[in-house]
Each structure stands twice: as C-alpha cells, then as structure tokens.
Design a protein around this ligand. Structure first.
Ligand SMILES: [Zn+2]
Ligand SMILES: [Zn+2]
Length: 346
C-alpha cells in the first residue's frame, strides 16, 4: 500500500510503498477514505510521543470502509463505513469496565502505538468496542475529523465541563480543538469568548459561534478583559493550545467554582506549567483533562450533527492528497492554517 513514512524524528517524510496491514483476531483493517491532519501528528514526528517506534506512519483521525475482519469480531463486517476514536480501549481493564475507554490501561492509538491512517489501509484493534458506524447523512470527510479534536472537545464541553445554556465559556487557542469547542459550547447555548493571536482564526471563531473575540497578541490583560466581560469570570474555560500562558490564563479567568479543562497537549517546556493554585483553593476551582471520548458516547454527538446543531464540516479549510501531506506535516507548528486539513485522495 501507499503510505506516508518517516524513519527519523524530525527527519524526511516521504510517500512509500509498504506492506499492507493484517487485522488481529479482535481487529479490522480499514480502507481509508479520509483522514485529518492534526498537530498531534506533528508532535509525533518531532519525537514528543514515547509510544512511536520508527519507521512510522502517522495519522489518527480517520474514516473508511472495512476491508478485512478478524475472526473474533462480531458486530462489524466488510464494507461497513466506520470511524474510530483515536484512543482505542482494550475492553477488559479496570478503566474500560468503568466506562472510561478514553484512559484505557492498554490503549492503542493508530498513528502512535502502531501505524496510522496516512496510508491506503490502517489496522484498528478491539473493533467491537471501538468502531463507530458512520450514519448515511454524514460524509467520510466530516466523519474523519471527529476522531481526535472534535470528540476531545465534545467530551471537554459536554461530559467534563457540563456546559449549560447561559453560561460563559472561554476558549484559549483556536486551532482545530478550540474551534470545535466553540461550536459545541455555542450549540449548548453558552456565551463563548475566543482568544487567539491570529486575526483570521478569530474571525473564523466568530463565524462558528464565539460572541466575543480577544486578540492576545496585542492585549496584555487577557484575564482582566475576560473577567470584566463576564462580570467575574467564566464558568468553564478550555486551553485548546497547550502552553504555559494559555493554561495559566484559562485557570485565572474562571469565576468561583469554575472549571478549567486542559485539551491542548502539554509537551516539552510546557509539560509542568505554573498555575494559580492559590485561586484553585480560594475559589474552589476544578482542573480537568479531556483525552478523546469513548465510542459509546458517539451517538449523542452524531445526533447533533445529523440535526445540524453541530456542523463539523465548517472546520475544514482544505482537502489535500496523501503526497501533499508529506509537505504539510512539518509545517503544522507554524499555525498558518485556519481550520482543519483533510487528506481525501490516496
Ligand atoms: Zn489529533
Ligand atoms: Zn482497557
């Protein structure tokens, strides 16, 4: 099969012919029809993910058609259109039994723990627990961008943040994950304040439902501004970027008993940021993470997409070929894109 491969972290990325994957007894092989480019793929290529073994094929947000089925799979068959959350649970550990497959002790992640979807075919494990059938009304390109940023934001806003109509929500960093959070919080009736340093991105944030935007590049008092706009701070705040500054601001701009949700990945120098722990105590703040979403929570989200309450396709900026992805991946940290890029020709 054709696949995007790198043999060295931060090294060349090229389109190569490699062996087709075979399914495990509990897994499937999917013919990929669409797959999103995410900054986590860039983190992987940089060498920030200890799970990756070289040579490696990245790609973890995907949709496709089942091409081959392992002998123990019961609920899926060849030809089914499916997608998958980027964290695949094992189904048998303590976390999976408690319904928290997104933090499974033996999780597999296509594009990290094994070869991913920047290829014609990808292997997916524990199919009965992790695969999600794509409803007819939803296209492959739209389904492809759900599996990482969109579900992580959905879990952040709906399950972790428990955002309700009338609440204030701040989103710091408006990449794919931040924009998804804005759309989802707006759909629930919250008033959303978007913070970014790129004015085109902020315009898109506004189009997707942010009622206020703040350009942090020419604003030193982001926290004060948000506190004044919301008469005391937001109920729920999301760091969609993953940096010392956005994490600090996202906690500092909360109102009493507010919730900060970390969604942007914290790597390198940003791993262990300073945070205003004095305010966490005095104001009884909550600090939560969101790490993907269980496959069994997809139906609630898919219903909102089918009814038009959520329109993830609006996050897509452009589609490219597998070959072009080799050029795009190293540039993911330059924040030139507003919105999401999807590979849809293999
Ligand atoms: Zn991702
Ligand atoms: Zn598990």
């Amino acid at each position: 099969m054709r696949a995007i491969v790198y043999e060295k972290f931060q090294g060349p990325i090229s389109l190569q012919n490699v062996a087709d994957p075979t399914p495990k007894d509990h897994g499937v092989v999917v013919k990929v029809t669409a797959t999103g480019l995410c900054r986590s793929d860039w983190h992987g290529w940089m060498g920030h993910d200890p799970d990756i073994e070289l040579p490696h094929v990245p790609g973890h947000e995907l949709a496709g058609t089942i091409a081959e089925v392992g002998k123990n799979v019961q609920n899926f068959k060849v030809g089914d259109r499916v997608t998958v959350p980027f964290v695949c649970g094992c189904g048998t550990c303590y976390e999976c039994h408690s319904g928290n497959h997104q933090v499974c002790d033996h999780q597999t992640q296509p594009g990290f723990t094994h070869w991913g979807s920047f290829a014609e075919y990808v292997a997916l494990d524990h199919a009965d627990i992790n695969l999600v059938k794509i409803p007819e009304e939803i296209s492959d390109i739209t389904a492809a961008i759900l599996g990482c940023r969109f579900i992580t934001s959905f879990r952040a806003v709906v399950d972790q943040g428990k955002v309700q109509g009338g609440q204030f929500v701040a989103v710091h960093g408006c990449g794919g994950v931040g924009l998804s959070a804005i759309m989802i919080a707006n759909a629930l009736g919250a008033e959303v304040i978007a913070v970014d340093i790129n004015k085109d991105t902020l315009q898109l944030a506004k189009d997707l439902g942010a009622s206020k935007i703040i350009n942090a590049s020419n604003h030193s008092g982001v926290v004060e501004e948000i506190k004044s706009l919301t008469r005391g701070g937001v109920h729920v705040s999301i760091d969609g970027l993953g940096s010392q500054t956005t994490c600090f601001n996202s906690i500092a701009n909360l109102r009493k008993r507010g919730k900060h949700i970390q969604v942007g990945l914290m790597t390198d120098d940003h791993k262990h940021p300073n945070i205003p722990m004095d305010q966490v105590l005095a104001n009884e703040l909550e600090i939560l993470g969101s790490h993907g979403m269980q496959a069994f929570r997809y139906p609630a989200m898919l219903e909102m997409i089918k009814s038009g309450k959520l329109q993830p396709e609006k996050l897509i900026e452009k589609t490219i070929s597998l070959e072009q992805a080799a050029q795009e991946l190293p540039l993911m940290n330059q924040f030139k894109n507003k919105g999401v890029t999807v590979i849809n020709s293999f």
